[in-house]
Every structure is written in C-alpha cells, then in structure tokens.
Write a new protein. Structure first.
Length: 500
C-alpha cells in the first residue's frame, strides 16, 4: 500500500507522477508529469477530500470520511435503501459490492459506517484487498455467496477471478478506470449467469464539476458499452436504454453553462479541425495522384508493348488485365534469355508503384467525391480550397468567444424551459430507491428447495472455516512479529547495559 491509499502497482500513471522528480526531465516531460499529478489530485478529491495528497488531515472518523464525500454518502444511502426494502418485506437482504482502488487504507472506516450508521452486523461486511490471504479472500467470497456477508468492499483485487453473482443486486464503482476492459471485468463480478435476482445495477456515481466528467468521456470514446442491449433468458433490460444518451449525461455533470458551452465548443472545434485536416490531406493526395498518373501514363505503354511481344495473346482482340500484363512482364525480366535490361527493370518498378498509388487515390479520394482517374487537378483543388475556406470560417465563428457565449445562452434558455436545477444527494438517492420495487422483486430462481438451502448452509460453513483459519494464521504471524520486536528491544536494552 502506498501513502495515498492505492494498492501498490495499481494506481496508474497519474499516481506514479505524484512522486516523480522533475529535475532530470525535459520541459515537455515535466509538463506531462504535472498534468498527470493534477489528474491524480482531481481523482482523489472527487472521491474524498481525505484522499487529497495535500490535505494534512489524515485521521477522520468514519462519519467524517463518508459524510464529507457526496459520492460515498450517496453510495451508503443507496445501500441503506436496498437493505430497508428487503427488511420491510421480511426477506433476505441481497448482496452489494463497493469498488474503489483508492483510499484502501480507509476501508475499515467504510465498514464502521455500514455497521454503526446503516445497521449491518460487523460479520455482514467483508473487506477484500491486496495483502489478505487466499483463504481469507475465499472465505469472505463463500459467505457472500451464501448470503451471510451482505456487503463486500473491494479494491482492484476483486476485478478478476472472484465471482460474486449468486445473491448480488448492486455494484457501486466509485473509481472509474481508464480502460473499458477493466470496467467490463469489474461489472462481470455480479453481472453473470447464476444470480437468483433477475436484475442487477452497475452504479457509477459521478460528481458534478469534477474530473469524473473527463473520465466518463474517455470511457465513452473508447467503448459503446453503455448503448449495448443485453439479453438474459430471452429478456431485454428491465429499464429501457433507448433514450439514454451518455453525451447528455456527461454534459449534465457540468453546472456552469459557460463552462459547459466551452467544453462543447472545444469538442466541436476538434471535430471540425479533423475535417479540415482531412480536406487538406485530400489536396496532398490528389497532387501525388496527379504526379503518379503522369508517371504511369508515360511508362505503361512500354510495359504493355514488351509483355505483348514476349507472350502474344492467344485470344485476338481480347484485352488483358493490368495484373496479367504485370505478371508477363515480370516473367520477361526473370528470363535470362529475354534480353531485358536495367532500364526495363527500372521502368517496371516505376509503373508498379505508380499504379498502386493511383489505386489508393481512387479509393480514398476520387470515388468518395464522385470523380474518376481523368480528374482535372486544378479544378478539383480549387473546389477543395473553397470547402476549406467555408469550413474554417464556420469553425472560427462557432467555436470562438462569440460562439461560446451564444451556446451558453442557448443552454441557459434550455435549462429554464426544462426547469433544470441541481439535485442533492438525498434527491439522487430517492431516484435510486424508486427503482427498488421493480429491480429487487423479480427473481430468476426461487431457492426455497431443501437442496438450495443445504448448498447455502454449506457455503456459509466453508466460508467461516476458511476465514477462521486465515484469521488464526494472521494472529500467529502478528504474534510472531511481536515476539521479534520484543526480542530486538531486549537486545538493545542488553547492549545499553553492557555499554554502561
């Protein structure tokens, strides 16, 4: 575990940058390091102010740690709503998983909050993180699958190789990953076959006006996972995703209309700049194409004439393909008795390369623009220049200060029309809880059989045995370390007495 609460080796590039000495770096490298360091600080703040590396206060109470973080408070209150829903119906409480790969050293505070404020028993909350034994990890997992453990608080350790799906309904991802594959791995801990509940929720709590916006945007760009429609037992999602727009969600996290407008125009500018670069690239491609066309037209007649002479066509009047002519000409060059010269080889090399360049140009530029190989370079270039000028002018007008202000006014008007106002944590929790009746009531399998009950009891027994063994082993190791420390102190005392 490092000082910032990440598991060693798992904090990513931005965590590494926090401790990187800039003295031996170039200006560009130093700037990159500062950016990564700032990202790391921003991610810490989005989760908890107590994780911020520059915050001198590092010993919060469990209440301070949770209640100063809107994200953690939201998660705890959502967990409480699920617990209350089941208890009101006198039914077993479903399992829930909290994931974050930061603040791992504060996991005991989360457990304390769940016990003292949410109402779980201490034995119903398990912590899985790096450094615990395999037996301990397996014991918590087995008890969770049996329903004895209700909450698992996990770090990166739970992303792979640990299936928690049998009685789980919610996974709270409090630490967004850059890699969508990691996201999928994490979701797969509870989102897989074998769950008695028909529906599960993967909750990514996102903070307004924070780096969560950037993190979500990066994931959105890398994968279309949110818009996928998943099927389970022939059924689609319980909640319709057809009207869910991740772009709108991302924009909704920015409360300042002018900041939002600046973000939107920055993305629009990048899109338009890509289009401008594409048009300019087309000009260069056409210029090269014109040159290669001239080379091809100049030298191809020699290749055709030589090929026809070397291997006359057996079908008079039937034109040979270019590929056929190239093959015959190559045979001509390789024939020691053909009398071919270095000039013949050089000509063939020019024609072959020119032909390949012409084919690429036709596919990349001419065909999409409705042109053929007989295009007029001057005329086409002139049209491209006009397109570039129009697009450049549009980009300057719409993405400059005037355009940003206009977009901000548009956003303000739209929010007024829709009655937009930021929502509190309590209001967001209420939205989550409103889905409980629909998502927690439907079951895939009703495990009331004697066999199912016996399996559950066996899982619980196995988990308790594994955890008990692991805990006893941990106590023995701790006791041994205590004896070592005591022995070292006694030796130092003996040395001091002898020295006196």
């Amino acid at each position: 575990m490092n000082p910032h609460g990440y598991e060693d080796g798992e904090e990513g590039e931005e965590g590494f940058a926090e401790n990187l000495d800039e003295k031996n770096l170039s200006d560009d490298e130093a700037e990159g390091t500062r950016i990564l360091r700032a990202m790391s600080f921003a991610r810490q703040l989005a989760l908890s102010p107590y994780l911020y590396a520059c915050n001198p206060e590092k010993r919060p109470t469990y209440e301070q740690y949770v209640e100063t973080s809107p994200k953690l408070k939201y998660v705890m209150d959502c967990i409480k709503s699920v617990k209350q829903y089941h208890e009101e119906r006198d039914e077993p409480v479903s399992g829930q998983v909290i994931y974050m790969n930061a603040g791992v050293h504060y996991f005991p505070l989360l457990k304390d909050y769940l016990v003292h404020k949410v109402g779980y028993k201490e034995s119903e909350v398990g912590i899985i993180k790096g450094g615990i034994s395999v037996s301990k990890k397996e014991g918590i997992k087995e008890r969770f699958l049996a329903g004895d453990v209700k909450i698992i608080i996990g770090s990166d350790t739970i992303k792979e190789g640990i299936n928690l799906q049998e009685r789980s309904t919610v996974l709270y991802n409090c630490w967004l990953n850059f890699n969508p594959t990691d996201q999928k791995q994490l979701e797969g801990r509870i989102f897989r076959f074998g769950n008695i509940y028909a529906n599960v929720r993967i909750v990514d709590p996102l903070m307004e006006d924070s780096i969560d916006i950037f993190m979500f945007q990066k994931l959105e760009e890398k994968t279309s996972r949110i818009n996928e429609i998943w099927f389970r037992s022939g059924k689609t999602n319980a909640l319709s995703l057809e009207e869910f727009n991740p772009g709108e969600l991302k924009m909704g996290l920015v409360t300042d209309p002018h900041a939002l407008a600046g973000l939107m125009m920055m993305e629009e500018k990048e899109r338009l700049q890509d289009e401008l670069n594409g048009l300019r690239n087309q000009k260069e491609v056409l210029k090269t194409l014109d040159e290669q066309r001239a080379i091809y037209n100049t030298n191809f007649p020699h290749v055709k004439k030589t090929a026809d002479k070397y291997s006359p066509s057996k079908e008079a009047g039937k034109a040979r393909t270019i590929e056929t002519l190239f093959k015959i000409y190559r045979d001509y060059l390789e024939d020691e008795n053909s009398g071919s010269s270095y000039l013949d080889e050089n000509t063939f090399d020019k024609v072959r390369k020119a032909y390949a360049a012409v084919q690429r140009g036709i596919e990349q530029v001419l065909q999409p623009r409705g042109l053929d190989i007989n295009f007029k370079l001057e005329s086409v270039t002139k049209n491209l220049d006009k397109e570039i000028d129009v697009k450049q002018k549009y980009m300057d007008e719409t993405t400059g200060d005037k355009g940003i202000n206009a977009k901000a006014e548009e956003i303000i008007a739209d929010r007024v029309k829709k009655g937009y106002k930021p929502k509190t944590v309590a209001e967001r929790v209420k939205e989550f809880a409103s889905l409980n009746p629909k998502l927690l009531s439907e079951r895939m399998v009703y495990d009331g059989s004697d066999a199912a009950k016996a399996k559950q009891a066996e899982q619980k027994k196995k988990g308790q045995a594994l955890e008990g063994t692991a805990d006893r082993l941990t106590k023995i190791i701790e006791l041994r370390e205590s004896f070592k420390r005591m022995k070292n102190r006694l030796e130092k005392v003996r040395e001091l007495r002898n020295a006196a």
